[in-house]
Design a protein around this ligand. Structure first.
Ligand SMILES: [Fe+2]
Length: 236
């Protein structure tokens, strides 16, 4: 096993260690653990894509450095160690139909890497994706759904979520978010970047759909003002 392979494997193992005692605490954890168990992580299944840094590398470094919950420090250390090995990509809307608009904030700063999946930089699995996902500060990730059931582990200190037709609610670091197949969800990112572990547990090639809600304009206007103020402060 190469050193690179060992570092990516150590990150996956840290995620596994976090999830294992939580099998009964949230829907989706059991399925994630089963998916991990069935993933062939022998050397022959390692896809070994070349590392890729993104234009958002400084924000990513900041986001990882902000992980401070004791239960997440193991994942944070493994992520720090493997960060330079990983293929970091921006979402190019490939899973959305033409014209679907996730919002200006999302386009401005989204980033992910895949540790396991059909197109991962780690290990291959045809119908399971495990990765790390980041959004820049002051971002609305608009309401959307997909046939892939999805589990998030929030690494960021605080993030806002709207699940289904419910209201907005803030979730702390270490919380798990379960989005059943077809269930709508949206995310709000406040003053610091959003960082999470995410898994798509099946149907990973099914398309996503954007689901319009009438509060997007107000939220995006407020976030745009924060962005503008941040630029002004940087200039002054
Ligand atoms: Fe999603």
């Amino acid at each position: 096993m190469s050193e690179k392979q060992a570092r990516i494997r150590a990150l996956i193992d840290a995620i596994h260690r976090f999830m294992k005692p939580r099998r009964d605490t949230a829907p989706g954890v059991d399925m994630l653990l089963r998916r991990l168990a069935e993933t062939d992580m022998r050397e022959s299944g390692f896809l070994d894509l070349p590392p890729h840094h993104s234009r958002h590398d400084a924000i990513l470094t900041d986001a990882i450095g902000r992980i401070e919950a004791p239960g997440l420090l193991d994942i944070a250390a493994r992520l720090t160690a493997a960060k330079e090995d990983l293929t970091w990509r921006e979402d190019d809307n490939r899973y959305y139909p033409p014209g679907a608009d996730l919002g200006e904030g999302y386009r401005r700063c989204n980033l992910h890497t895949l540790l396991i999946g059909p197109d991962a930089c780690g290990w291959h699995h045809p119908d399971f994706r495990l990765g790390v996902f980041m959004l820049g500060p002051h971002t609305l990730y608009r309401d959307h759904n997909h046939d892939a059931p999805e589990l998030y582990l929030n690494l960021a200190h605080r993030s806002g979520w709207r699940l289904g037709s419910g209201g907005w609610r803030d979730y702390p670091a270490g919380s798990l978010i379960w989005n059943a197949a077809g269930a709508a969800h949206a995310t709000k990112v406040y003053d610091h970047p959003f960082l999470s572990v995410f898994a798509w547990l099946e149907n990973v090639n099914a398309p996503c759909a954007v689901i319009p809600r009438d509060d997007w304009d107000g939220i995006e206007r407020e976030f745009a003002q924060h962005q503008y103020q941040g630029l002004q402060n940087a200039i002054d």
